[in-house]
Design a protein around this ligand. Structure first.
Ligand SMILES: CC(C)(COP(=O)(O)OP(=O)(O)OC[C@H]1O[C@@H](n2cnc3c(N)ncnc32)[C@H](O)[C@@H]1OP(=O)(O)O)[C@@H](O)C(=O)NCCC(=O)NCCS
Length: 257
């Protein structure tokens, strides 16, 4: 038996309050995610961003859920990802796995921003993204941004990231987050367009080096509402509603560019 003194009971009350606040925050974040995932078309509010005409590219952009993709679209998405990324995956510790990549791309939570040539309707580029909770925070997670070789370095990638940011911030996501492979020279693209090391990005030490980096761009309108501490434990596997793991290849290849 024991007796709590005034200080210890004040401390446990404070802890209870903190837990309650954290639970409220997570449930609020989950409602925001649920609302975004119920949208018919997150691009509908931005007609100006449904077309890209620059540097010899003339294409229209549209958004589809993975469940609405045709078999042809699925095949093109997978093949382009494989063409652009397989070697980079194989050159780091994770390796490439067709089945895992397909499962991730065709997951029912996946959304796609697609760009199709206005003249012949051929597909030129796509982004796989999700409205999701990452480290307890509502985010738009960009899983892939893949362009066909002949349309690269003409401004389309930057434009598509702007479209993702518009859809994210309009729907109250606190950040756009993505994971880049350090061995991919194209990861410089994200830094060039204003993405910075996310506070949750694991840092190499004597015991472990990480082949990837986590980058993000904050929603400035909501930045003050971010929780003070958001440090990722890279060895922890998060479940789908609480966040993503970026360790040991379990989930990371999914976020890699
Ligand atoms: C990486 C990728 C998405 C960039 O899209 P993009 O349309 O080619 O890039 P943009 O023309 O919009 O580039 C915008 C700016 O980013 C920078 N940038 C783009 N690619 C870069 C690269 N490989 N290295 C350094 N900077 C780069 C440049 O500053 C560029 O401006 P500039 O062309 O005026 O110099 C596209 O090239 C791609 O799909 N590559 C293959 C797949 C891939 O690696 N995807 C994931 C990227 S980590």
């Amino acid at each position: 038996m024991g007796r709590k003194n005034a200080t210890s009971s004040a401390k446990s009350k404070e802890k209870r309050m903190q837990r309650k606040e954290e639970q409220q925050r997570i449930s609020q974040a989950m409602s925001i995610i649920a609302l975004a995932n119920q949208l018919e078309d997150p691009l509908a509010d931005f007609p100006v961003f449904q077309n890209f005409n620059k540097n010899g590219i003339s294409c229209h952009l549209f958004v589809k859920r993975s469940s609405k993709l045709s078999e042809t679209e699925k095949g093109w998405i997978f093949n382009l990802t494989k063409k652009n990324m397989q070697l980079k995956y194989e050159q780091c510790s994770w390796g490439w796995n067709d089945k895992k990549k397909m499962e991730e791309l065709y997951d029912e939570r996946a959304w796609f921003l697609l760009a199709a040539n206005c003249i012949d309707q051929s597909y030129l580029a796509f982004s796989h993204f999700r409205f999701d909770i990452d480290m307890g925070i509502e985010v738009l997670y960009c899983y892939e941004l893949q362009l066909e070789t002949h349309v690269q370095r003409k401004g389309l990638g930057k434009f598509m990231m702007q479209v993702l940011e518009l859809m994210a911030f309009k729907n109250n996501m606190k950040k756009v987050v993505l994971t880049v492979l350090k061995n991919n020279p194209n990861s410089k693209f994200f830094k060039a367009i204003g993405y910075e090391l996310d506070e949750s990005c694991p840092i190499d030490d004597e015991e472990e080096t990480y082949p990837y980096e986590i980058l993000s761009k904050l929603n400035k309108r909501l930045a003050s509402a971010l929780p003070a501490v958001n440090v990722r434990n890279p060895n922890h596997i998060y479940d789908n509603n609480q966040g993503h793991s970026h360790s040991n290849g379990h989930c990371c290849p999914g976020h890699l560019h």
